[in-house]
Write a protein that binds this ligand. Structure first.
Ligand code: NI
Length: 308
């Protein structure tokens, strides 16, 4: 039934040649009307519920990006990895259908969804998201990644409430060195350690229902929330199945992490969560893409044989 329902929705957005050219040149582009207003309103309610209920926290899927994230702490940048696992109604939304259609337009027919994320910047106290490149957060650097992320605010995004900022053209270079904020490996977020000029950033304010799409190498940042309204954002990430890379890279900033959420994730996996995880990947369609299956197998093998 679910699949029939999904098939009933058709993409309502197509990128123009000009928008595609902007994405290729700048590494990001803003897209109007990615989701209808009633959908955005219901997403706000779903997100508020998931964050209130601390959905996924015990599994290591909900955590604060910018603190030690101990139980009872008040988070200033809480995030949920794959919120669809805790709210199945997120499966059949127009935003997802439109994002997939545009992902195919930009990366070709082998594209699959990689992951998704819910982010909340609480009113007045929502912290800035440090400058970073998404690819720098990948746990295994020895693959060639070609990934894009759609970022949709669930209310208007302004400079005051923490809209996105991008460095145009930064996707053309490699991955710059990153670090944990304050060099504290207990903090989940990563920040770019330099090699770019934040003064060259372009703020990207957006109306409700709009989204931006950026490449995995495009440097980006979102400011703190200095308003009375919570700033929520929904991220859908897509990629071409990654292939082993001939270039040797070291994302040492990830290897050094000692975060509470990864400890919770390990505990949950060991106590049977791993089986739930395999089922969830099936629901995301991972096992329907041959390229994706090969990648998942290679990644699992590399993780098992890695010396720590
Ligand atoms: Ni990012």
């Amino acid at each position: 039934m679910g699949h029939k329902h999904q098939a009933a929705r058709k993409a309502t957005v197509v990128l123009s040649d000009e928008q595609v050219a902007t994405f290729r040149e700048k590494g990001y582009v803003a897209i109007p009307q990615m989701a209808p207003p009633d959908e955005v309103a219901s997403l706000r309610d779903i997100f508020d519920r998931l964050f209130d209920q601390k959905a996924g926290r015990a599994e290591g899927a909900q955590f604060d990006m910018v603190s030690h994230d101990e139980d009872g702490d008040v988070p200033s940048l809480p995030a949920i990895i794959n919120p669809v696992n805790y709210a199945p109604e997120l499966r059949h939304i127009q935003f997802r259908v439109n994002a997939l259609a545009i992902a195919r337009q930009l990366l070709g027919p082998t594209v699959t969804q990689a992951f998704e994320q819910a982010i909340l910047k609480p009113a007045w106290q929502g912290a800035a998201t440090p400058w970073h490149q998404d690819e720098a957060a990948r746990t295994d650097p020895n693959f060639d990644y070609n990934q894009i992320s759609f970022w949709m605010p669930l209310q208007e995004a302004t400079v005051d409430n923490g809209c996105m900022h991008f460095i145009a053209g930064s996707h053309e270079g490699g991955i710059l060195p990153h670090r944990s904020p304050g060099n504290d490996p207990k903090i989940p977020a990563i920040e770019c350690a330099g090699g770019f000029n934040p003064d060259e950033a372009t703020p990207c304010p957006m109306a409700e229902g709009c989204a931006s799409v950026h490449h995995g190498r495009t440097l980006h940042y979102a400011g703190p929330n200095q308003t009375a309204i919570p700033r929520r954002a929904y991220i859908l990430a897509f990629e071409v199945p990654p292939k082993p890379s001939s270039e040797k890279r070291d994302f040492y900033w990830n290897g050094a992490k000692q975060t509470a959420f990864i400890a919770r994730q390990r505990r949950w996996r060991r106590s049977g969560g791993i089986l739930i995880e395999i089922g969830r990947k099936a629901q995301m369609g991972v096992w329907r893409s041959p390229g994706r299956i090969v990648f998942e197998a290679r990644r699992a093998f590399r993780a098992l044989t890695k010396r720590r």
